[in-house]
Design a protein around this ligand. Sequence first.
Ligand code: HAM
Length: 429
Amino acid sequence: MSKSLQAIRGMNDILPEQTPLWRYFESTVARLLDNYGYKQIRMPIVEFTELFKRSIGEVTDIVEKEMYTFDDRNGDSLTLRPEGTAACVRAVLEHGLSGGGQPQKLWYIGPMFRHERPQKGRYRQFHQIGLEVFNLDGPDIDAELIVLTWRLWGMLGIRDAVKLELNSLGTSESRGRYREALVEFLSARLDKLDEDSQRRLKTNPLRVLDTKNADTQAVLVDAPKMADYLDDESRTHFEGLKARLDAAGIPYVINPKLVRGLDYYSKTVFEWVTDKLGAQGTVCAGGRYDGLVEQMGGKPTTGVGFAMGIERLILMLETLEQVPEEISRQVDVYLCAFGEAAELAGLTLSEKLRDQLPNLRLQVNAGAGSFKSQFKKADKSGALFALILGDDELAQQVVSFKPLRGQGEQQSIAFDALAAHLATCIVQG
Ligand code: HAM
C-alpha cells in the first residue's frame, strides 16, 4: 500500500477484535467514577497552543518537542492536546465551574497526541482517562484519588502487578528554596553532569533528578533532598496523605526523585508503575496543582488529578491474562431463514423479540445462503443459539431452536413462546 494511505506511525487503529476489551475497560472505569460521584466533561481535541505552553511549561519535553502544532486558516496557532489537565482547567474557568469555591470532581476520556518515539506502550496518539478535582485542598481528596485507582486495579485483577510511588514537591515557596539549593549543589559539579542535565540545570533544574544517566545519578546521591525543604504546610499535607493510605492498607514507596514531566505540580505527586510492560511502566500518574488555575488567569483554586494510559492498561490485562472470557461473545442468538417467506417472517419475529427483550443480542442472517453456509455463519458469530426458520416451521408458526454450544437438544418453539424461552436461557449483563 502506498505510504500516504497508511495510518500515521504511532497512531493505531483499534480493530473490531480489540474493541470488546476497550469497552469493558472503559465501562468498568466509568461505572467506578459514577459511584464515587465524579461527573464527565468533554473538551475539544484542539486548543490554542498558548494554553499548553502556559500550563504544562515552556521548558518541558512535551512543549519543547512533542506537540502537534499547526496554524489554522486564520493564522491562529493550534495544538492537538498532549494531555487533558490544561483543557479541563480552561473549561472550568471559561464556564465558571469552580466559581464561589465550590468543589468540582470531573473526569474525561479521549485521545491525546505527543510526537514521541513510538514503541510498545508509547504511541503518538494514545488514550487517557483523567480525573481533575477543584477546590478541595486537603490530603483526604488526594487519598480518595489513590484509593479509587487501587479499587480499580482490584476490579481489573492487576493489583499485584502495580506499585505506587509517591513524593511531595511542596508548595511553590518550599520548592523555590529547594531549587536554589539543588542548583548550587549541581553547579559545583557541572563537569560531572551529562549534557542534557547541564542544559536542564539552567532551564528546569528539578528535572535533573529524573535523569537516566548513570554518572549524573551518582552525583545526585549526595544532592540535597526535597523532603528536607518542605515547609510545615507541605509536610502536614504529605503526612496526612500517608496516614490515610496506611489506614486504607495501600502500600506505597516514597520516591524522592519523582518530579513528573509537567511543570504545574505542587505538593503531592504520584505514579502507579509496573514491571510487566518493559520500559513504559507508568500506567497512571498525577498530582496536585494548586497554583495552576490562578496562573491561567483564574481566582486562587486548588486542583488535583491524574490520568491513566488506556493502551498500557489494556496491555496489562492481556499480559496478565485478565481479559474476562464473556466480553468477546457479542451475539446471543443467530437467526437463519430459508426462502423469501421465511425471511419476511424472520424480520417481523426478530423485531418483536427486540421489543420484548431490549438487551437481546440478536444477529439476523443477511445475504441469504444455503443451510450449510448460514449455519457456518451462526457458529462463527459466537452465538449460543441458532433460530431456524424454513417453510416447515413457518407453516406451524414455530422456530427450530438449536443450541450451538452443547446446551441440550434442538426443539421447536412457538413464535409466541420464544421471548419467554430466550429469557430463561440467556443471562444478560
Ligand atoms: P502524564 O504522566 O504525562 O500525565 O500521562 C499520564 C499517563 O498517560 C501516563 O502515565 C501513561 O500511562 C499515559 N501516557 C502518556 N504518554 C503516553 C504515550 N505516548 N503513549 C501511551 N500512553 C501514554 C498527564 O498527562 C497529566 N495530565 C496527568 C494529570 C492529570 N495530572 C493531574 N491531573
